[in-house]
Write a protein that binds this ligand. Structure first.
Ligand SMILES: [Zn+2]
Length: 118
């Protein structure tokens, strides 16, 4: 028996089913091959990488994190995930994000942003 994926329980809810049906209706063609009909929802950031149930739920339901794929593309994408996303505590990732933003802000390689003309 296959191990149940972390967060899988959210996918058997009515809310998820409705969101899935709605997404597949809005995107009837696979977003990857653009040929076959879409059948599966693919989560770009794997939902089981969420550090807690709250984040897992957010990743599952966030439609920006979802692609509508045909069965074949879905399986290929899942297979190609390769690396398992490292689970880091949220505050550590926030710290990294902040540091990246700060270094971008003070980096000299980027052309100075012009103030928008009004
Ligand atoms: Zn496809």
């Amino acid at each position: 028996m296959a191990l149940k994926r972390y967060g899988e329980e959210f996918k058997i809810t009515t809310g998820y089913r409705l969101m899935r049906d709605k997404t597949l209706k809005e995107k009837p063609v696979c977003e990857r091959c653009r040929e076959a009909p879409s059948e599966e929802l693919y989560h770009i950031v794997p939902y089981d990488s969420g550090v807690d149930r709250m984040e897992v739920k957010e990743l599952i339901f966030d439609r920006r994190n979802i692609m509508a794929l045909c069965r074949k593309c879905y399986l290929e994408m899942e297979e190609n995930r390769g690396v398992i996303v490292e689970r880091k505590p949220r505050r550590e990732r926030v710290k990294e994000e902040v540091n990246r933003a700060i270094s971008r802000l003070f980096s000299d390689d980027k052309p100075e942003e012009k103030a928008p003309e009004l």
